[in-house]
Design a protein around this ligand. Sequence first.
Ligand code: CMC
Length: 382
Amino acid sequence: MSTNTATPEVDKGLATTYAAETEMSFIDGSKGILEYVGIEIDALARNSSFEEVVSLLWNRRLPTQSELDAFNKKIRAEYDLPDAMWAMIKQVPSSATPMHALRTLVSALAMFDEEADDPSEGANERKSIRLLAKAPTLIAAFDRHRKGQDFVKPDASMNIASNFLTMLNGEKPTDTMQKALDVCLILHADHGLNASTFAGRVTISTLSDMYSAITTAIGTLKGPLHGGANEAVMVMLNEIGEMDRVDQYIKGKLDRKEKIMGFGHRVYKAYDPRATYLKTFTKQLAADTGNQKLYEMSTRIEQIMDEAVAARGIYPNVDFYSATTYASLGLDIDLFTPMFAMSRIAGWAGHCIEHLSDNRLIRPRAAYVGPHEKPYVPMNER
Ligand code: CMC
């Protein structure tokens, strides 16, 4: 028997493979450009709201005021959870991390949705709104449960950012706080075929359901090479602790060839435009909230990295300054990645619907590199 043993070339990490088309976000990694449906991210961060951006991504154009009002109404009508979900949250171990809780609870939502397995576009759009609206409630409710606090039920008079911070903290956020979170939600909403979006598209391409796809995506986002990096940045800032320890810490890591979290990107080889905006925004926020030290440590890290590795295309990414932003909002470190998920549901859901409009099962191949034609050895002869 002859076996073809030629090994095909593998695109490791699929770094140069285009696996899908999208009309939602465009990235030019060499120039540091990110656009949502053709509009620069900076213009959206300055002028838009998260809800407006979601509408833009899902409908491929900016909404009129009345369209946005109607969209907000639909989202707010879905903030609340089924009673059984509130009860279920109380059963989650308070020692669980928020990402494990979020992934599990989003998956559980499917069991309370009669449309869970309805593959029509209309049902998928309604499920997208439900997932977007309910994820903040799940995150805030789990956080209060683990701290032994009573739930704060959602308030449909507020936008996603304000409602989330109110459910989390039990009091309305200041305008600065709600604006900061809203901006972070805008900046994280979509980003081409990143790892979690790809994972979600793989799941939906099997004609599974939206809840399964978003659950897959949350699990993928969790890793420190992806959405988990914002938590890792904060852990690093805490480990450094003081300004006079920054140089020794960062240079030591670079000498040991360790990665500095919040730097580098598969696509951007120039400054991540989300980080550009966030850096400016965070400076003021950190000053306003007394987190100046974090901001100063961050800018010193950036200076050192600039001298050491910028020539190799390694710059701060969105996670670097979002860590200081979230810390300035008083959020616990392990809520940083759930914040990312809360926003990226916009992208994940949009990509799932986009994928289904022209589906082909995503099923790449693995180049087999093991042995061939080996005899089967009976158990008693091994
Ligand atoms: N610090 C120091 N060196 C780095 C870093 C870093 N943060 N990132 C990449 N490098 C070096 C890396 O060591 C490697 O060097 P060498 O060629 O000498 O082995 C080279 O740059 C290429 O790195 P890579 O990991 O092969 O590149 P990649 O395209 O596979 O990885 C990345 C992209 C984001 C995984 C990587 O830059 C990284 O691990 N960064 C830290 C984690 C992080 O901040 N992730 C968030 C990404 S942005 C938000 C998101 O999309 O989730």
